[in-house]
Write a protein that binds this ligand. Structure first.
Ligand SMILES: Nc1nc2c(c(=O)[nH]1)N[C@H]1C(S)=C(S)[C@@H](COP(=O)(O)O)O[C@H]1N2
Ligand SMILES: [Mo]
Length: 358
């Protein structure tokens, strides 16, 4: 299979070229919708080059009627558009303490977009689920080698039936009103709102309804929480729901501010319902004041917030933001450590300097 040369522009921070891993700059997280060209990319394998004229999605396994749908078939099914954020489970790994080995995402592994497509449920209903159906395996067209694994693997993840049948789990062909780009899964990808990005399988090729739990490298050995001292081979908890989190998108780390009033800005999200509160501290975490939090049009997208800071005293400051979701989950000062540094949602802190204008 030939490889697609990536068209990624300077609007992403490239961490790895092939397979491509590139992050959204914090400063472009300011908008409600992250444009595709600045939306992070996390690939395990080279981008597959797919010819739409012979591309098809197969639906097999525990179904009454196995299906093969082409692009036009999918476009003819009832569609739905959902605003949803995707965050890589390894996002913010670079700030985990004690440090971990692996791809050192700073904070760029997150973006929020509008996705349009067909609910996975509608396709499963067309195929007709048998009573033996236990999980739905989603397999991408990409493949390659992973460290420590023999032979080639494809990228595949399964969903439990409740998540697969959730009306908001989408087979998306559009991002922000345009066809998906090759980097983001053209022609078709899964979008699982509220979960970390790894189950939002790109370049979707096969859907297999299984009568047993799936055991695959990325699912059971990679995207899992491994505690210190865990034994090899013992079952591990899988990474699923997004933890409550927020970022300061302005000012940047190291910014020089003139003394006066400034608007600190950021975004916040949670996979467990909307964010109910964002607080900001400008005094080393001693006091926290409520930020103004915008409502989100979608429970799965990020919410923007702002905080008016009277920076009247010159000096060095550490700005912190802390989000709480509707269920009462709060961002920790330090996240629970796990071997791959997944789901790090510790409080984002940004050092700035304030100078008097004289
Ligand atoms: N086929 C396939 N799907 C994939 C991946 C992949 O490597 N191959 N990476 C996953 C991971 S780990 C994440 S975080 C998201 C990232 O989606 P994005 O690159 O569109 O931002 O895609 C997921 N879907
Ligand atoms: Mo990811």
């Amino acid at each position: 299979m030939s490889k697609v040369t990536s068209r990624v522009s300077g609007e992403l921070t490239v961490l790895n070229e092939d397979p491509l891993v590139a992050g959204t700059p914090l400063s472009t997280m300011d908008s409600e919708e992250t444009p595709a060209r600045s939306f992070f990319v996390r690939n395990h394998f080279p981008i597959p080059s797919l010819d739409i004229s012979n591309w098809g999605l197969s639906v097999t396994g525990e179904v009454e009627r196995p299906l093969r749908l082409n692009y036009d078939d999918l476009k003819r099914l009832p569609s739905k558009e959902i605003g949803a954020l995707l965050e890589c489970a390894g996002n913010s790994r670079a700030t985990v303490q004690p440090p971990i080995e692996g791809l050192l995402w700073d904070h760029g592994g997150v973006g929020s977009a509008r996705w349009a497509g067909v609910p996975l449920r509608a396709v499963l209903e067309r195929a007709g689920l048998l009573t033996t159906a236990k999980e739905v395996l989603l397999e991408g067209a990409d493949h390659g080698k992973e460290r420590g694994e023999a032979g080639e693997l494809s990228f595949a993840m399964s969903l439990p039936m409740d998540k697969a049948l959730h009306p908001d789990t989408l087979l998306a062909y559009e991002m922000n009103g345009e066809a998906l780009s090759p980097e983001h899964g053209y022609p078709l990808r899964v979008v699982v709102p509220g979960w970390y990005g790894m189950t939002s399988v790109k370049w979707l090729a096969n859907i297999k309804v299984l009568d047993h739990p799936f055991d695959g490298f990325h699912q059971t050995r990679y995207y899992v929480y491994v505690e210190e001292g865990a034994e090899n081979g013992s079952p591990k908890e899988r990474v699923t729901s997004l933890q409550v989190k927020s970022f300061i998108t302005w000012p940047d780390r190291g910014h020089l501010l003139v003394a006066g009033r400034h608007q600190i800005r950021g975004v916040a999200w949670s996979g467990r319902g909307p964010v109910s509160k964002v607080e900001v501290s400008t005094d080393d975490g001693r006091t926290w004041l409520d930020a103004n939090l915008e409502d989100s049009k979608s429970p799965y997208a990020w919410q923007r917030w702002g905080f008016s800071w009277e920076a009247d005293r010159p000096g060095y400051f550490l700005l912190r933001a802390r989000a709480t979701d509707r269920e009462g989950n709060v961002q920790p000062a330090k996240a629970q450590w796990n071997y791959r540094g997944f789901a790090n949602n510790s409080i984002h802190a940004v050092p700035v300097e304030v100078r008097s204008d004289r």
